[in-house]
Design a protein around this ligand. Structure first.
Ligand SMILES: Nc1ncnc2c1ncn2[C@@H]1O[C@H](COP(=O)(O)OP(=O)(O)OP(=O)(O)O)[C@@H](O)[C@H]1O
Ligand SMILES: [Mg+2]
Length: 282
């Protein structure tokens, strides 16, 4: 029979609130509010909230995979095991990506090799089309390799051509990650028809409603004189932005930030958009 809990019983189960570093400024954008005298102060978590399932969404070529890989490298190089489920690009390409990211982030790649466990769903139709099979494989890998973090790039690839299933598939993955006490990063793709700065991903709002928080990546092509004078960029340049679109588990920065993708493929978050504009005006 289903049971109920006295609130007090849940105390020992409640997750502690601390950050799991991503290796980007995102780490300072989630915070705890603490009472200090009469007022309150913000204490950055230093990462995405522990045990959160965070969705990274955006239209093509906005840096979602780079950000997810950066998180993987940061965690693995700090000695934490991470399970990377690659759905879009075959595992051999993921290897090269993680190697490049490690070099750019100046970390020991041998530690990354040691601590990243990979499931290649890109080259395995069964894993991509049967979420039960994928979850069983993930459960086996997590137990066997003692993983504490999971990246899936992307969940959209798990319901291609059957977007009515999106909610069910994401829900099963979400529940699984909670049950196995994993901190998760799920990449999801947006159709270009969807408002690009919104959290809505392919498959409707399924992902954003189910996960604990969403980070929206966006890009804007500079194509008018107005853009040039506003942003201080050249015609044809790309302005990249990032925003935390809600997080249930903790307080967070709500501003739109400007970021760059460096030559080496690193996501470098620069400043809030209004500050970026002011700086360009000077
Ligand atoms: N060294 C690099 N390695 C990879 N990408 C780089 C590098 N330098 C710059 N980039 C830029 O970053 C973009 C890659 O972003 P990324 O692959 O993370 O996009 P995405 O949001 O995952 O796109 P998609 O939805 O198509 O998977 C490239 O298209 C390129 O413009
Ligand atoms: Mg990608």
């Amino acid at each position: 029979m289903a049971r109920y809990y006295e609130l007090k019983e849940l105390e020992s189960k409640a997750p502690k609130l601390f950050g799991i570093p991503t290796g980007t400024k995102l780490d300072e954008m989630f915070y705890r509010i603490e009472k200090a005298g009469e007022g309150y102060v913000r204490k950055p978590l230093g990462g995405i909230p522990h045990l959160a399932v965070i969705n990274i969404t955006g239209v093509p070529d906005t840096g979602k995979s780079l950000l997810a890989e950066q998180f993987a490298v940061k965690q693995a190089s700090s000695g934490y095991r991470l399970l990377f489920v690659t759905v879009e690009s075959p595992a051999s390409f993921l290897y090269s990506g993680l190697k490049q990211r490690s070099q750019a982030m100046n970390v020991d790649f041998s530690k990354v090799e040691e601590n990243v466990v990979v499931i290649d769903a890109a080259e395995d139709d069964e894993l991509r089309e049967n979420v039960r099979a994928l979850i069983d494989t993930m459960a086996y890998a997590i137990k066997e390799k003692k993983c504490s973090n999971v990246v899936i790039d992307s969940v959209t690839g798990l319901y291609e051509h059957r977007e009515v299933m999106a909610r069910q598939i994401v829900r099963q993955i979400f529940n699984f990650l909670k049950k196995f006490r994993q901190t998760g990063v799920l990449v999801s793709q947006k159709r270009s028809a969807q408002a690009s700065e919104s959290a809505e991903a392919a498959g409707g709002l399924a992902v954003a409603h189910i996960v604990d928080g969403t980070v929206v990546l966006d890009k804007k092509l500079i194509e008018s004189r107005w853009d040039v004078s506003l942003y201080g960029l050249e015609i044809g340049d790309v302005l990249r932005t990032l925003r935390i679109d809600g997080c249930r588990l903790t307080a967070h920065d709500t501003r739109t930030w400007v970021f760059e993708i460096t030559e080496a493929g690193i996501v470098d978050i620069i400043s809030p958009l209004p500050e970026f504009i002011k700086r360009k005006e000077r």
